[in-house]
Write a protein that binds this ligand. Structure first.
Ligand SMILES: *Cc1c(COP(=O)(O)O)cnc(C)c1O
Length: 247
């Protein structure tokens, strides 16, 4: 993956061939982690994070089969989804969503991974109600407690019980987190374990907990560990797309 390419000169089929190698290799690693954890491949959904690449690359990647794509900026989500309409892509919002961008994001997005406050959750519900849709989302939890990270504090989540039960047009289906960035995926393990344990406690101690089926955790550097810890959604970008940023 550290290879240098002259992207300007690559044809569509050359790009697609490279994407296929990356995807095959990723699938192999996902399968390996699933089997190590005694889980079935169908329990883990791959959300390909396309934030660094152009619609051209996304289209070529889509032709290989994957259809769940994640973007972390609302404006990019809007423009890419418009350009790639009709290709059967399911878009996921995985980054900071400002409340004034909820209205345009809801119609496009199948799952919002990054609900980081009660105010955002209320806004999503209000807007979903207005639009006559059901929004689906995950609560982003700052499980490592790093200052720089967004997300709810773990001990804050249970207090949303009344709020969540009162939502008319939004389903809270799980939790999402990001582990601290390091070179060693094993440092992520306790954080992923903690997210799963938090989910288990919420299932016992809250009324909304019964619906928390999803754990969105694991990126290019640590998805294998995340799968072993129970991830249902892994969000993988650079493992698939590094070097293709200019194509
Ligand atoms: C960019 C991003 C990812 C993917 O990260 P990679 O290390 O490139 O796989 C996953 N989740 C979020 C929230 C991101 O912003």
């Amino acid at each position: 993956m550290g290879t240098l390419w002259v992207w300007d000169n690559m044809t569509d089929s050359e790009i697609q061939q490279l994407l296929k190698q990356r995807l095959d290799q990723l699938e192999e690693q996902i399968l390996l982690s699933c089997s190590r954890a005694g889980r079935s491949r169908s329990e883990v959904q791959l959300v390909a994070v396309t934030k660094s690449v152009s619609p051209r690359v996304i289209r070529l990647f889509r032709e290989l089969g994957p259809y769940q794509f994640g973007e972390n900026r609302p404006q990019s989500l809007w423009s890419k989804s418009a350009e790639l309409e009709g290709l059967g892509i399911e878009w996921h919002m995985i980054g900071h969503l400002q409340r004034n961008k909820v209205d345009r994001t809801l119609p496009i997005c199948s799952l919002i991974h990054s609900v980081e406050s009660d105010r955002l959750l209320k806004e999503i519900d209000k807007e979903a109600h207005k639009q006559g849709r059901q929004a689906q989302c995950l609560l982003e939890v700052n499980i490592s407690g790093e200052q720089s990270k967004q997300g709810l504090a773990p001990e804050e989540v249970a207090s949303l019980d009344d709020l969540i039960l009162g939502l008319t047009s939004t389903q809270v289906l799980g939790l999402m987190t990001m582990a601290p960035l390091t070179d060693n995926p094993e440092t992520a393990r306790p954080h992923f374990e903690n997210l799963r344990l938090l989910r288990d406690r919420l299932q016992k101690n809250t009324r909304f907990g019964a619906r928390l089926a999803y754990l969105s955790m694991g990126m290019s550097g640590d998805f294998a560990v995340a799968i072993e810890c129970g991830a249902t959604h892994i969000r993988v970008g650079s493992h698939l797309f590094s070097g293709l940023e200019q194509a």
